[in-house]
Design a protein around this ligand. Structure first.
Ligand code: SAM
Length: 370
């Protein structure tokens, strides 16, 4: 008969801050932990979203995310053999869906750089009709890929776009990529039926804050939803300072002065963006106040890194090695057990407890998935 591991032991083996990823292998060896009819973490938060990073590489070198000085020619990106294969991703994603996940987001790095990504989309789309399958991209390859992604079963895309001012945009992506090409990608996605399209703009003081109102103006009435994101202290390479953050309330005020806004209800509990609608009926915007109004309380997101580690917080220092379990031959029940054990002990609330001392060893967003 399978031995049941007491939860107290599971905590010492694999808590989010506990350190080594290897102990998960030991958790899995014990068979069914218990029935997870309603899996919640230590703060009663369910597991609803899984973000899957499919590559740690990107064709941009955004100054706040993958600065050139760090991610240069010699940067040791993961070798192919360390990446989860599409079959492995599908298997793990299916188990997450069995545990309650209702939203799968492909990200990276730049997910459209992963060869034949549409084949992965096809596999994930088959898991369940109830799952919202989406992808976050910088838009560079959308013109080429939008139709294939849609045909493979992708429902929506989110496109990152930090400015409509060409000089500002080229300076921020740091590979001199023109904004017009991203706009073409957005049009291609809309034409392929990948809407409603969300446009994510990270706002960094002194860099692109002057682009906030023009961005709102441009997309008002288009049916696309712009979401303004507070610049966060992810990773360890961007030299983040609190001074660089433009608070969401200032962003809302600036837009409201030109285009009056009214608050709108959240679509669902745990939605990261606070919604605002234009009073004249020309659509809505969102603000993501991850720094000034942290939303850990409602956070239902897990992340799967490019090499198959499970992270329970964007700001975690370490992940739990699911690839090792998969490649050691763990059964679906053992994988499910391991994931559930990790989630049930999750207590992360980094953004709510953020202090001036944020210089801990955090993983990079390009690896863990934005
Ligand atoms: N390459 C894809 C893209 O550009 O959307 C997906 C990965 S990227 C890491 C995902 C998102 O994270 C982008 O919208 C990016 O602007 C955002 N991001 C990266 N670093 C950030 C930071 N320090 N604060 C807030 N958002 C950040």
């Amino acid at each position: 008969m399978a031995k049941v591991i007491p939860l107290a032991d599971a905590r010492t083996l694999g808590g989010a801050d506990a350190g080594s990823a290897a102990p998960l292998a030991r958790i899995a060896a014990y068979g069914p932990l218990r029935d997870f009819h309603e899996l919640v973490d230590a703060r009663r938060r369910p597991l609803h979203d899984l973000r899957i990073s499919v590559t740690d590489r990107c064709n941009f070198r955004c100054v706040y995310c993958m600065p050139k000085e760090v991610f240069g020619r010699d940067y040791p990106f993961l070798p192919q053999a360390q990446l989860l294969t599409f079959e492995e991703i599908e298997r793990v994603a299916r188990i997450f869906v069995g545990l309650g996940v209702r939203k799968l987001r492909l990200t990276g790095g730049e997910p459209l750089l992963r060869r034949r990504i549409e084949r992965l989309v096809e596999k994930l789309a088959r898991i369940s009709a109830d799952v919202d399958l989406t992808l976050t991209t910088n838009g560079v390859l959308l013109g080429q890929k939008a139709q294939a992604l849609r045909s493979a079963g992708l429902r929506r895309v989110t496109v990152s776009l930090d400015s409509l001012d060409d000089a500002t945009f080229r300076a921020m992506n740091d590979v001199d990529f023109p904004v017009a090409r991203v706009l073409e990608g957005i049009d291609a996605a809309a034409a392929a039926g990948l809407g409603p399209i969300k446009i994510n703009m990270v706002v960094k003081r002194g860099t692109n804050d002057a682009s906030v109102v023009p961005m709102a103006r441009h997309f008002r009435g288009s049916g696309h939803i712009v979401r303004f994101i507070e610049y966060m202290d992810v990773g360890a390479t961007n030299g983040w300072r609190m001074n660089d953050v433009v608070p969401a309330r200032d962003i809302v005020s600036a837009i409201d002065r030109e285009f009056p806004l009214a608050p709108a209800d959240a679509n669902y509990t745990g939605e990261v963006a606070e919604r605002w609608r234009y009073r004249d009926g020309s659509g809505e915007i969102g603000v993501i106040a991850s720094v000034t109004q942290a939303f850990c309380r409602d956070c239902t997101r897990a992340r799967l890194s490019t090499d198959g580690k499970l992270y329970t917080c964007l700001f975690a220092g370490r992940g739990h090695d699911l690839r090792e379990l998969v490649r050691e031959g763990a059964s679906d029940a053992q994988l499910r057990n391991a994931i559930a054990a990790v989630w049930s002990h999750r207590a992360d609330r980094y953004s709510e407890s953020r202090t001036a001392a944020t210089r801990t060893a955090k993983v990079e967003m390009s690896y863990i998935g934005g």
